[in-house]
Ligand binder design. Structure first.
Ligand SMILES: [Zn+2]
Ligand SMILES: [Zn+2]
Length: 325
């Protein structure tokens, strides 16, 4: 008799345990499901290229840097551009139409398993230097013959494209449809993403130069591939880094020793060494937001392991083609 009661007690206890575990399981899955699915559906950025306008390898270069790229299938890289993805609405936007755009659209397709439309919902352009907009020609009559691809630009850039061939033909034939943006005014792309163009000091021969702040329901980003000097920028790099999680910024040249035959004052880019000096007193958590991009072919960060490790040790990040952020 005693043993039966003990059995029932034991059984009760077990049922309680089973019930409690079951409750925890259900409650846990209810609590975690939205967090997991939100993370899965948060916007993200894929880096589709890291080289400066002239690309890597670079035309006419017979030095070690570009020989390395010619000799290896994997060393060469595309010109800087990023893909901004909103998985919730199954759309994406391209930043910069580079001379490598054809390969970059293919790279995007492969990296995302063809889950997104071949063409982006829009292309944002920073300025009228060759690495940043000339890929638009691929959308024209002689190539894709695209219809009404949205191209987001600032007013002088819009005027430049509309009034100068061959770009004006893209506008006339409606291969592209220009969307004029304003500095400091947000373009709302979806419920999860807005993009704010911000003015950047740069040699503006044909257009103004924009950087972009990308505000999403997940991370916030800064995209400034070209700037003359941080000291000329009234917004301040450290200030801007406070506002974002990831900052893709101009890393064209590593140091002065890279260009022994050039006068540094004539080079309209911050050296990475200068940028690091500027941020020297910032916390590691701020430095770690920086992802350097837009490397000149002479920049050792493209191929030299020791230079790459030194940069990482100082708390900064190195843009890598194909990486997700
Ligand atoms: Zn550039
Ligand atoms: Zn080279």
């Amino acid at each position: 008799m005693k043993s039966i009661i003990e059995h029932i007690r034991l059984l009760n206890c077990t049922w309680k345990q089973i019930f409690f575990s079951y409750f925890l399981l259900i409650a846990g899955s209810i609590a975690w499901t939205p967090i997991f699915s939100q993370q899965e559906l948060a916007p993200e950025i894929i880096l589709l290229g890291i080289a400066q306008d002239g690309g890597y390898p670079h035309i006419g270069c017979e030095r070690m840097c570009c020989n390395l790229a010619h000799d290896s299938d994997t060393a060469s890289t595309f010109v800087v551009s990023i893909a901004l993805i909103d998985p919730k609405v199954k759309k994406w936007w391209l930043f910069e139409a580079t001379p490598d755009m054809t390969e970059q659209l293919q790279l995007f397709k492969e990296l995302t398993d063809g889950k997104y439309p071949y063409l982006p919902a829009g292309i944002f352009i920073t300025h009228a230097h060759m690495g940043h907009y000339t890929g638009l020609m691929e959308l024209g009559r002689e190539a894709l013959g695209a219809k009404g691809v949205h191209v987001h630009v600032l007013p002088i850039m819009a005027d430049y494209l509309s009034s100068n061939g061959p770009w004006s033909q893209l506008v006339q034939l409606k291969n592209i449809s220009l969307i004029e943006e304003k500095f400091d005014s947000a373009a709302v792309l979806s419920a999860s993403i807005k993009v704010i163009p911000i003015q950047v000091p740069h040699r503006d021969e044909f257009s103004e130069t924009s950087g972009y702040k990308i505000i999403t329901s997940g991370l916030n980003y800064l995209f400034v591939p070209d700037i003359d000097k941080w000291s000329k920028w009234n917004r301040g790099l450290a200030n801007e880094l406070n506002d974002v999680d990831v900052a893709f910024i101009d890393g064209t040249f590593l140091s002065i020793t890279e260009l022994p035959f050039r006068n540094i004052n004539t080079i309209p880019h911050p050296l990475i060494s200068e940028t690091m000096e500027l941020l020297e007193n910032e916390a590691d958590s701020i430095k770690n937001r920086v992802v350097f991009i837009h490397f000149n072919h002479t920049n050792k960060l493209m191929w030299d392991r020791i230079s790459q490790e030194e940069l990482l040790e100082r708390g900064y990040r190195l843009g890598k083609q194909g990486n997700r952020y």
